[in-house]
Design a protein around this ligand. Structure first.
Ligand SMILES: O=C(O)CCC(=O)C(=O)O
Length: 272
């Protein structure tokens, strides 16, 4: 057994739980409440860059142009956690807000991230960083433990729902949702989940906002299909990139900025 030498290095027990169940909760906080309050106080500067007709879901890959987000993605406490599941060499390639305002009817349909992403092999992890306290009352995420071991299921089109995703899985037909784990996080805490794990979230009928930032990391062996997601750029976080499969982005220099590309749709961009 190897003992972790920092708060955020995963123990052998946490690594085997992740391998078995496809997620990790109960991790030490990334940010204190005060730090999180100050990050939240900055958020309006980013929201101010949204154009008419856009929503917070359009804040996608803005870590490429905002040190505000890039610094979060490169936080060594987060990288220690990610290294525990991906190994020593990995990169960051995506960040995206999932914000449900109070009384929002918006949902996230059940899905597997890997179904959307034109990337192989499937060795990616999502960090879901809570900007608010998140639980069953304000539309917190749910995940089916062990579902990452069942293979990738064909997703259906979901035009009749309030889901922010266009393709989803159906409870009872494609899988059973009754064993789902409920996400409960305090602001400043995060979770990890496997790119094949089935997850989603209901509406937020409460008076509390539910905001989280997803950050996606992949092992350097993972190659993106540029013909499907031509905007793809990587930022090496740890180790060495001996594969050189993917194009590199340039780290941002300004605090807030937006990239000059616009994905046409989630499906076409290969994003969730
Ligand atoms: O924030 C949510 O409710 C869902 C997030 C999600 O689907 C993801 O992290 O892939």
């Amino acid at each position: 057994m190897t003992a972790p030498n920092s708060d955020h290095q995963l123990s052998d027990q946490q690594k085997s739980f992740y391998a078995q169940e496809g997620y990790l909760l109960g991790l030490p906080p990334i940010y204190t409440r005060e730090e999180m309050a100050s990050l939240n106080a900055e958020l309006p500067n980013l929201l101010a860059l949204l154009e008419p007709g856009e929503s917070t879901k359009d804040i996608r890959e803005w870590h490429e142009t905002s040190t505000y987000l890039y610094d979060i993605c490169m936080n060594p406490r987060i990288l220690d956690l990610v290294e525990g599941v991906l190994g020593p060499s990995f990169y960051c390639w995506a960040s995206n807000f999932f914000i449900k305002d109070p009384q929002s009817t918006s949902t996230v349909g059940w899905h597997q991230d890997a179904y959307y992403w034109p990337m192989a092999p499937m060795r990616s992890v999502t960090v879901w960083l809570a900007f608010d306290d998140v639980d069953e009352v304000n539309g917190g995420m749910k995940l089916i433990p062990g579902s990452h071991q069942g293979g990738i299921i064909n997703h259906r089109r979901s035009e009749e729902t309030d889901s922010v995703l266009t393709l989803e899985l159906e409870d009872g037909t494609d899988f059973r949702a009754d064993g789902a784990v409920q996400w409960k996080l305090k602001a400043g805490e995060c979770s990890l989940h496997d790119d094949r794990a089935i997850h989603g979230s209901p509406a937020n009928p409460s008076d509390r906002r539910r905001a989280g930032l997803t950050i996606r990391y992949s092992a350097t062996e993972v190659k993106n299909d540029m013909s499907v997601n031509p905007n793809f750029k990587i930022y090496l976080c740890r180790g060495e990139d001996t594969y050189q499969h993917n194009p590199y982005g340039t780290p941002p220099t300004q605090r807030y900025g937006r990239p000059d590309f616009k994905p046409v749709s989630n499906e076409e961009a290969g994003n969730t």
